[in-house]
Design a protein around this ligand. Structure first.
Ligand code: MG
Length: 168
């Protein structure tokens, strides 16, 4: 039993906000605006997970009208999402993410993002892919006004009685 989910997110990049992506803080002059920490990569993964599990989307789970999610650490939102996914009897097959932004360069930070995701998702590193590309200077991403992230998730049904990985 397999289910596929897709997630997309984008955030404006503004001065005076820390640049947080994939749970990693990266030195940069701007950071993502948002009610939470603005981690577009994790938000895209959350929506892909929720979509695959047939659950209401991120805006329903963690509304930006709820003060408790103000400046929320998106890693905590992802943990909560995985609890929902595990309770429905699903575990991670694999996760594939593409981030689209001009700056900063993510190459050196991708291993840390993958580690962070693997730990929270309760799966092996080899099941996690994070890729980054520019938008060739086109559009809002190209002008450095924002960034975007897309994620695809495959979920596998956990055989009855088998550990979901949630306890790891
Ligand atoms: Mg978002």
């Amino acid at each position: 039993m397999f289910r596929i989910g897709f997630g997309y997110d984008s955030h404006r990049l503004v001065h005076g906000r820390p640049f947080i992506l994939g749970g990693i803080r990266i030195p940069h002059e701007k950071g993502p605006a948002g009610h939470s920490d603005g981690d577009a990569l994790i938000h895209a993964v959350i929506d892909a997970l929720l979509g695959a599990a047939g659950l209401p989307d991120i805006g329903n789970q963690f509304p930006d009208t709820d003060a408790s999610f103000k400046d929320a650490d998106s890693r905590e939102l992802l943990k909560k999402t995985m609890t929902l996914v595990h309770h429905k009897g699903w575990k991670i097959g694999n996760v594939d993410v593409t981030v689209i932004l001009e700056e900063p360069k993510l190459k050196d930070h991708i291993p840390g993002m993958k580690q962070t995701l693997a730990l929270i998702l309760g799966t092996e590193l080899e099941r996690i892919s994070v890729k980054a590309k520019t938008n060739e200077k086109m559009g809002f991403v190209g002008r450095g006004e924002g960034l975007a992230a897309c994620a695809v998730v495959l979920l596998e049904k956990t055989p009855v009685g088998q550990n979901t990985g949630a306890e790891r």
